[in-house]
Design a protein around this ligand. Structure first.
Ligand SMILES: CC(C)(COP(=O)(O)OP(=O)(O)OC[C@H]1O[C@@H](n2cnc3c(N)ncnc32)[C@H](O)[C@@H]1OP(=O)(O)O)[C@@H](O)C(=O)NCCC(=O)NCCS
Length: 442
């Protein structure tokens, strides 16, 4: 037991080092909801941001000021309306909005200073008024036109954390109130950020609140944990008219389409959320990815020890047959792995037989990635591979996973349906059941 705990710690330390290596020198844009700033754990969140900075990650912060603006406008009795999620005020309100926006940015700057980090609040954003749309004059509300990227880059190179308030200035210096969410997306895409992180005051998206198509994975507890861009499009189509509820996911889609590798939507009130999300595979919010997450790739010799480790608990309980390092080496080309950030979390193999059949074998998913649709994805991938080879069906032998294969469209078959070599080697003692899936012509 003690030994297991120790091994887990060592695994965690290894994981952290590999992430530091991966992310050092990359840019994270962090949008922080100002509601989070009132949370007792906000100072811990800023401390964690400081740690990321110290690990060589370039941090840019876009603090929102929605709550603070509400407060200030209420205090000075300045009227406003909200149309399609945009605050509309007269130009006279702008000095109050500016004051609130800089207040919010100042709070972040002060806390970063308390952690020994130099931060600068800047006017790097060029904006223009939204103007009149469908007869509505949006007055002091603006949209981001451009960001002075070179200046922001210089700050980052000097080890400074740039803070961008939700204000943009026109070419003649007229200030506009802009959306921090939009600003964060523009900054992340124009700077080629690795990550865009929305720190919110709510948990990630929950499946129960939406229509969730079958292809979209739901994590235990009902969280919509991760979306590929393709998943997102299917999800949006299944939830028409919910654009405002899904604002951050729409923004995430734009950011990923613009080259950001991952967008995370986190609950900033959860202790350690930033570190968990960055330095481990145990994300707790909702993530949208445009790159290798969900990355199935062929197994290489370097992966063999990881694959043996992932299989071990299932071998120990008799669910999988024992495989040696030499056997894996011999069948290297048959195996695929599921890799996230250069660490392997699942494996599977396709062994071909001359009768136009192939066996799907050795499927195993490690404990951190169970129930997320990884297993079905591996099976799908192998079925596609078999189809491309012109095979007519795939089969699997299993003692304890029958229902799972049924769910994936496999039907129980007689051992006589097995290819000859497999039939001769069929282990009567193990009493595996045979499951078959015809591949069809497409
Ligand atoms: C079976 C396995 C590959 C599923 O991987 P996964 O990525 O978690 O798959 P899914 O995302 O579809 O989630 C698994 C679903 O199947 C169910 N399931 C898991 N094991 C099952 C089993 N033995 N029998 C029936 N259903 C099972 C889970 O309860 C879950 O259902 P839910 O999403 O409704 O909660 C994984 O549990 C595993 O590695 N098992 C051990 C090895 C094994 O059995 N390999 C297959 C034989 S070659």
């Amino acid at each position: 037991m003690e030994q297991d705990r120790l091994r887990e710690h060592v695994d965690t330390i290894r994981e952290v080092f590999s992430y530091i290596k991966q992310f050092s020198g990359t840019t994270f844009v962090v949008k922080i909801d100002d509601v989070v700033m009132n949370d007792p754990l906000f100072s811990v969140l800023v401390k964690d941001l400081a740690l990321l900075h110290e690990a060589g990650i370039r941090i840019i912060i876009a603090p929102s000021a929605k709550e603070r603006i509400d407060e200030v406008l209420a205090k000075y009795e300045v009227p406003y309306t909200v149309i399609k999620g945009v605050r509309v005020t007269s130009d006279e309100a702008i000095p109050f909005i500016k004051m609130a926006a800089f207040d919010s940015s100042n709070r972040v700057m002060t806390m970063l200073s308390a952690n020994g980090i130099t931060a600068v609040i800047g006017n790097w954003v060029r904006a223009r008024g939204i103007g009149v749309i469908d007869g509505v004059d949006f007055q002091s509300a603006g949209v981001v036109e451009s960001v002075r990227v070179e200046s922001v880059r210089e700050m980052l190179e000097d080890g400074v954390v740039p803070i961008l308030p939700c204000i943009g200035w026109s070419s003649v210096g007229k200030p506009y109130n802009i959306s921090s969410n939009e600003l964060a997306v523009v900054v992340a895409t124009t700077l080629g950020a690795e990550k865009l992180i929305f720190v919110t005051a709510r948990p990630g998206y929950e499946a129960t609140s939406f229509v969730v198509p079958e292809t979209v994975p739901v994590a235990p507890g009902g969280r919509l944990a991760n979306f590929s861009l393709a998943d997102l499009d299917v999800f949006f189509a299944a939830n028409p008219g919910r654009e405002l509820d899904l604002e951050l996911l729409h923004r995430a889609r734009r950011a990923c389409a613009g080259g950001v590798a991952r967008v995370h939507i986190l609950d900033g009130r959860e202790e350690g959320v930033m570190l968990k999300e960055t330095f481990s595979n145990l994300g707790s919010g909702t993530m949208v990815y445009s790159n290798r997450y969900g990355g199935i790739r062929p197994m290489t010799a370097n992966d063999i020890s990881d694959v043996l480790r992932i299989m071990k608990p299932f071998v120990d309980t008799g669910i999988l047959v024992t495989r040696t390092e030499a056997q894996l080496e011999e069948t290297l080309a048959d195996f695929i792995v599921f890799d996230v950030d250069d660490s392997v979390h699942a494996c599977a193999a396709l062994h071909e037989f001359p009768e136009g059949l192939a066996e799907i074998a050795g499927i195993a998913v490690d404990e951190h990635f169970l129930h997320l649709g990884v297993g079905p994805k591996l099976v799908d991938f192998l079925c596609e591979r078999a189809r491309q080879k012109g095979l007519r069906a795939v089969f699997a032998l299993t003692t304890q996973t029958s229902d799972w294969f049924r769910k994936l469209g496999f039907a129980e078959a007689d051992p006589a349906a097995l290819p000859e070599k497999k039939r001769l080697a069929y282990n009567l003692q193990r009493k595996s059941r045979v499951f078959l899936k015809n591949l069809g012509s497409t």
